[in-house]
Write a protein that binds this ligand. Structure first.
Ligand code: PDD
Length: 290
């Protein structure tokens, strides 16, 4: 059977992916001048949409692009895109750039943003990861000072992730001035003295939607959780290390820089948190949360 054609959204139209074209003068292409979001959908139900759209709105404000759509319009368009595509579990990628204009660093006089959305299948975490975890390496965080903005200019993140892959690891954990900030495309949690710790929000890391849910779930269970700076030494001595994102959920790190983390297997607190997280997703699919 032929695979159904993926449908994307581009500037007001739902069209086949192969027909979606953007000008080479788009400032996204020329300057990486834009922001993006990744929103998962489970059983075609959007995961924490409000949080993703609020972050999108503050990112657009931060880069001085007027949000081209209302919350309700975003919600409707994303819902339509999900219905038009095949999979039950999808990851919706949406990107807004400052649009097409003659190449000039200064903003164009007239705003005409490009809006693009696509979805891909959301692959659930494998048994292999749950059993054995992943490997990570720590690398110097050489990104800019505005990592709270979900900018499409991802070259440093791309290079850092590739460096990790080249070392046989799945993700890079980034260190700035002796402090662990986040992963190349994920947020960081560690367990120390049976307490979960994640770095506080600020300009040096992305305020992850998954991160916030984990903090909420831990607090709801009266589990010890702190939003506190993590030093490189603490990272190296952690009982458990987790990396979180919308597409990867909660990844247990069992090797850091070729050294075993804790027992070398995904830890007890990871297991508990993953159970609570999966319950949240099940409730979402059954329509009891947003
Ligand atoms: N990235 N930090 C960085 C640098 C990220 O790129 C991401 C996610 C996160 C986690 O954020 P959230 O929980 O809201 O997904 C943290 C996405 C998934 C990506 O670039 O594909």
């Amino acid at each position: 059977m032929n695979k159904p054609e993926p449908i994307v959204y581009l500037n007001g139209e739902f069209i086949a992916l192969k027909d979606a074209h953007v000008s080479v003068l788009d400032r996204g292409f020329i300057f990486g001048d834009g922001v993006y979001e990744v929103v998962p959908a489970y059983g075609r139900r959007l995961f924490r949409l409000q949080h993703h759209l609020e972050r999108l709105n503050s990112n657009l404000n931060a880069v001085k692009i007027t949000n081209p759509l209302s919350f309700e319009d975003w919600q409707q368009l994303i819902a339509q895109l999900i219905i038009k595509n095949q999979y039950n579990n999808q990851s919706v990628y949406l990107q807004i750039t400052r649009g097409v204009a003659p190449r000039d660093h200064g903003f164009p006089d007239k705003e005409n943003p490009t809006i693009f959305m696509m979805t891909s299948t959301l692959v659930k975490q494998s048994r292999e990861i749950a059993d054995n975890g992943i490997h990570a390496v720590s690398l110097p965080d050489n990104r800019w000072q505005n990592c709270h903005i979900k900018s499409i200019s991802l070259l440093p993140n791309v290079l850092l992730r590739q460096q990790a892959l080249d070392k046989g690891a799945e993700e890079a954990i980034l260190i700035r001035d002796g402090i662990a900030t986040e992963g190349a495309a994920s947020n960081l949690f560690i367990v120390l003295d049976d307490c979960i710790i994640t770095p506080p929000k600020g300009p040096l890391l992305l305020p992850g939607v998954t991160r916030d849910l984990i903090v909420e779930l831990a607090r709801g269970k009266k589990q010890c959780i702190k939003e506190q700076t993590i030093t490189e030494a603490e990272l190296n001595n952690a009982q458990e290390i987790w990396l979180t994102s919308s597409t990867k959920e909660i990844l247990p790190v069992t090797m850091l820089n070729n050294k075993t983390v804790g027992s070398g297997k995904p830890g007890l607190l990871w297991n508990q948190m993953m159970t609570d997280y999966q319950q949240y997703i099940q409730d979402l699919e059954e329509n009891t949360c947003d």
